[in-house]
Design a protein around this ligand. Structure first.
Ligand code: FAD
Ligand code: NAD
Ligand code: FES
Length: 282
């Protein structure tokens, strides 16, 4: 059978408000993907490139979960089973560092839950005790909860208290810390969530992997669009380094990310993004 990717959407399912799961026919991505990696998708020839995490794989297909937040993700979420995507590049980025660490705490917020699923599974298979915290604004926005049944412990947090702990994943994280401190943490979700969880991890001196959702253009380390400042103290000396999320990441130890500049860069095209969305919706 030919392995030339067709990029046909094999199935589409609505998981929550504006959030869809797709299985896409692409044997090359399916065979090579490792937890933590992503693809860059263009829905049409003139479309923007959208980075999306590979949430699962089967023999000839891979799964993504997409939240429609702007022009390109709305365009993608309007596609249906049987339609073809224009092109897909990947798997991209460095895979997660899967190892046996002992006690691992894994935190997913919103659509970030889809990104932590393959990482959590791989860490469980590597022999870790895996505690998982899932957060959503409200119970109807909680996705993939049933797929975490392999975890040693599953904690649900909703901002409005409609399910589990009333509060954000940070409240769940503090409760778990009070029971037992983990050896390492993964945290994927909105940037303010990854920042808040990283601040706590820093206080306790626990490594925390965050997957940075930088704005990307080429995905090859050439354009500089996804750059992030990493700042570390070594022997009393502050060392600053520019890293590129697409090739050096997407995972970084959140204790060393310069969150202020990262969050500022995420906002920099807000006006243009709004105009593109308005034009698209006309
Ligand atoms: P835009 O018009 O570009 O933006 C609309 C709104 O979203 C604006 O308010 C803008 O500030 C905000 N925004 C723009 N880009 C981002 C961004 N990268 N992250 C957060 N907010 C943003 N999304 C998923 O739904 N599922 C995934 O599995 C997923 N995985 C990702 C993996 C990586 C490595 C990266 C870098 C991003 C990932 N994202 C994922 C985020 C996704 O790429 C963006 O939501 C998308 O590019 C936005 O494009 P847009 O044209 O629809 O929205
Ligand atoms: P959301 O705004 O609905 O938030 C989900 C949960 O995150 C909240 O219920 C709460 O528990 C937590 N949270 C949010 N803000 C917080 C804060 N300030 N402090 C503490 N906890 C907070 O999430 P969404 O709209 O689904 O957005 C998900 C984000 O995840 C997007 O920004 C997307 O780009 C990102 N993402 C990244 C990747 C990746 O690999 N980098 C993959 C998928 C999604
Ligand atoms: Fe261009 Fe990373 S997207 S350098």
């Amino acid at each position: 059978m030919s392995k030339i990717p067709k990029n046909t959407i094999l199935s589409k399912q609505r998981l929550a408000k504006a959030t869809y799961e797709f299985w896409i026919d692409n044997a090359l991505v399916a065979e090579n993907a490792k937890p933590g990696q992503f693809v860059i998708i263009r829905t049409s020839e003139k479309g923007e490139r959208i980075p999306i995490t590979i949430a699962d794989t089967q023999e000839n297909a891979f799964r993504i979960v997409v939240k429609a937040v702007g022009k390109s993700t709305i365009e993608l979420c309007m596609k249906n089973a049987g339609e073809q995507l224009y092109d897909i590049v990947g798997p991209l980025g460095k895979p997660s560092e899967i190892d046996c660490y002992g006690d691992v705490l894994i935190i997913g917020g919103g659509v970030g839950i889809a990104a932590i699923l393959p990482i959590a599974k791989a860490l469980k298979n590597a022999g870790n005790k895996v505690r998982v915290i899932l957060g959503a604004k409200t119970s109807t926005e909680l996705i993939l909860q049933d797929e975490f049944s392999f975890a040693d412990k599953l904690v649900i947090c909703t901002d409005d208290g409609s399910e589990g702990i009333k509060g954000t994943v940070v409240d769940g994280m503090m409760e778990e810390f009070n029971l037992e401190k983990p050896n390492v943490i993964w945290s994927v979700g909105p940037a303010p969530m990854m920042k808040a969880t990283s601040m706590i991890a820093a206080q306790y001196g626990i490594p925390i992997w965050v997957s940075l959702n930088a704005i990307m253009v080429d995905g090859t380390g050439m354009c500089g669009g996804c750059r992030v400042l990493i700042r570390k103290e070594e022997n009393g000396v502050t060392k600053e380094e520019i890293k590129y999320v697409c090739v050096d990441g997407p995972e970084f130890d959140g204790r060393y990310v310069d969150w202020e500049s990262f969050i500022r860069r995420l906002q920099q095209y807000k006006e243009e993004e709004q105009k593109a969305l308005e034009r698209f919706l006309e």
